[in-house]
Design a binder for this molecule. Sequence first.
Ligand code: DLZ
Length: 160
Amino acid sequence: MATKDLSAYDINSVPSAENMSFGIVVAEWNWEITSALAGGAIDTLKKHGAAEENITVKYVPGTFELPLGGQFFAEMANVDAVILLGCVIQGETRHFDYICEGVTQGTKDLNLKYNKPFIFGVLTTNDEQQALDRAGGKHGNKGDEAAVTAIKMVGLQRSF
Ligand code: DLZ
């Protein structure tokens, strides 16, 4: 039961993931970074109690394919939440903008279509160093954050 006393609400509290199941979709592009995001997400799910057999990992070629990978989970697997992990690095062409637009809208659409958490774990950076800094480097690992968000959203859904 969530408290109405905001001063008592602990934003760092994470529900147990013991009875939760997760899909993870990982983009192969920028693999050094996306595999580090995936490692962080898996470790964090387990740290919060998720069982190994309740975590299913699938791969797609690039970040643009993440929403369809997520939709495959929604249509063909029975998981409580799906974490989408990718990394788009700004290049000299407009590709960056189109991929970011596609994956952002696609992920939003999945959330609302399936009434299920699809977590946006996509790094969109100016260069590779910024991405490495956020995939286990000096700014932490956004895969960990994506995992915590997934657990919190499943917990929220179950609280209604
Ligand atoms: C084509 C492309 C480019 C230029 N850059 C990236 C990127 O930085 N990160 C990423 O995940 N994927 C990239 N891709 C591939 C697209 O996501 C997609 O796989 C292809 O356009 C085929 O649909």
